[in-house]
Each structure stands twice: as C-alpha cells, then as structure tokens.
Design a protein around this ligand. Structure first.
Ligand code: G3H
Ligand code: ZN
Length: 284
C-alpha cells in the first residue's frame, strides 16, 4: 500500500493504549530489516530519516526507497522526518513524499518554537501530512545534533498544553529524562511529569532516546500516554555487532551481501522485539 500519514496510526494506538515504533533508517539494509520485522509482526511502522540519515543517503533517495518499501508491504508504513531543523527542510520532505515531519524547535525560545511549528502545520495539513513538535530539550547525541547535559531540560506540562493548542501539532515529543545515544548509567525518567503532561495534552506523546531503556520503563511510559517510540541506537548496535562478527570469523570476506546480511537479520530481530514490547504487533 502507499505510504500513510503517521497521525491516524498514532490516534489508533492512543485508543488501543499501545505505541507505534519509529525506527531510524540510513540505508537499504536497515529499511529491509524494519519492513521485514513489521511484516513478521503484522505491525504498523514509522520509518524515519534523521539529519545524518538525509545527509548520508540523500533526501529524495530515502523517500523513493521507503515509498517502494511501503508499496510492496502489506502493513501500513509512514515516513517521518526526524528532528527537522527548518520550515524549508520540512517542505522539501513533504514534496519528496514524506507523510510526516517532525520540526524540532526545542532549541528556540517558546514563542519562536510555536511560530516555526505552526507555519509547518499550516502547510503540512493542507496535504495530509502529520506534524510532530518538541518541547523541553532532550539531551545526548544524534548525528550532528548534540545537546549537553546542562542544556537539556524537561517539558513543562502547562507549556505543553499551550504549545499544542497554539501549533495544532499531531504529536508532541516530551523531555522526561531520556537522552539520545548510549546511556552512561541508569536513566531516571520523570513519570509524574509525564502523567501531568498526558492529562493536560490531547495529542499522542512521543518518547525520543528510547534505546537502552528497561522494558518496565517503556511499559510504564506507554501506560502514561507515550504513543510513538523512537529507536535508532539499538539498531546501530545490532548492525555493528553483525558486521563485526562476520569479519572476525572471516577477515577475508569481501562480499557486501555476506557482510551485511547477518547484520540485517540482527536488526530485524531487535525491531521485532521492540514491536512486541510496544504492543503494536498484530495491529496492522
Ligand atoms: O529521534 C531518534 C530517537 O530519539 C533515537 O533515540 O538514540 O535512544 O535510539 P536513541
Ligand atoms: Zn530523537
């Protein structure tokens, strides 16, 4: 089927009290692994391209590849811009066929974040594309976007309510103690804050930096309104482990298919595990 927008997938997940996995994709093997996982689990899925992913693979290239994957898939697939940086980039993605865009204005003062996201919503909604905003500042490192610990801050529930009303976003990414990349030590999530945000805000909530969280934390977050969960780092780890293992066993191997194939299998199994944990298996 053709690519679908993210908003209806997330609305359905909210009603069913589960979350849809959003998995970052940088190349063909990652895409194939995510789609194979979604097919095996009969799960809806969001594929997303980060700033680094767009730079590495090319915006139009990613869009064409994911469109083809969706066309031949039997499960609903959405394509999301992850941590979009500007109005112009969001429009370019929409034009290339993305069905969802995240506009990350979390580095901006509140009023400027609202203004940026509202402008994207105005355009995106005209053509049925969903929009995700971010309020608060999620720490850690994702490609070129680095937010130091001292610059990260949590989402304020009252501001979240005003942000959603003023922008008309379809989903809101919240900062409650998660971080991008590999955790050093046990992450401490502010579930009381998440509960407050969920009670004040009427759109699906998004958890970034979800790689490395315990299953229990993920389950609790879903109970408290998290409806979209982003995973990148654990896919990278599975990819790297797969490649390392092949080359350690056979340092003379030069066939890219033999080097990348086992990595693809490992990534698929990580994604399937997440889909089961998120409760989106058999929800296609
Ligand atoms: O936007 C992408 C995700 O938030 C990635 O988080 O580094 O924990 O996988 P992660
Ligand atoms: Zn993120």
């Amino acid at each position: 089927m053709a690519l679908v927008p993210a908003a209806p997938l997330l609305q359905k997940a909210r009603e069913g009290r589960y979350a849809v996995g959003a998995f970052n994709c940088n190349n063909l093997e990652i895409l194939q692994a995510i789609i194979a996982a979604a097919e095996a689990e009969q799960s809806p899925v969001i594929i997303q391209a980060s700033q680094g992913g767009l730079k590495y693979a090319g915006l139009e290239y990613i869009a064409a590849m994911v469109q083809e994957a969706a066309n031949t898939a039997t499960v609903p697939v959405a394509l999301n811009l992850d941590h979009g940086t500007s109005f112009e980039q969001a429009v370019r993605c929409i034009r290339a066929g993305f069905t969802a865009v995240m506009v990350d204005g979390s580095r901006l003062p509140f009023a400027e974040n609202v203004e940026l996201v509202r402008c994207v919503v105005d355009v995106a909604h005209c053509v049925g594309v969903s929009v995700e905003g971010e309020l608060g500042r999620i720490g850690g490192k994702e490609d070129d976007i680095v937010v130091a610990k001292e610059d990260a801050f949590f989402t304020d529930p009252d501001e979240a309510c005003r942000f959603v009303e003023a922008t008309g976003v379809d989903a809101l990414a919240v900062a409650i103690g998660t971080a991008h990349g590999v955790y050093k030590g046990e992450p401490k999530l502010d579930f009381a804050r998440l509960d407050k945000i969920n009670k004040k805000v009427d759109v699906p909530l998004v958890l970034h930096g979800a790689s490395g969280l315990s299953d229990e934390s993920i389950r609790q977050a879903i109970q408290l309104g998290i409806t979209k969960i982003n995973i990148d780092t654990e896919i990278r780890q599975a990819f790297a482990q797969g490649v390392r293992e092949v080359l350690a066993k056979n340092p003379d191997e030069i066939d890219p298919r033999r080097i990348l194939g086992p990595a693809r299998d490992r990534m698929q199994s990580v994604v399937q595990g997440k889909m089961r944990l998120f409760g989106c298996s058999r929800r296609a």
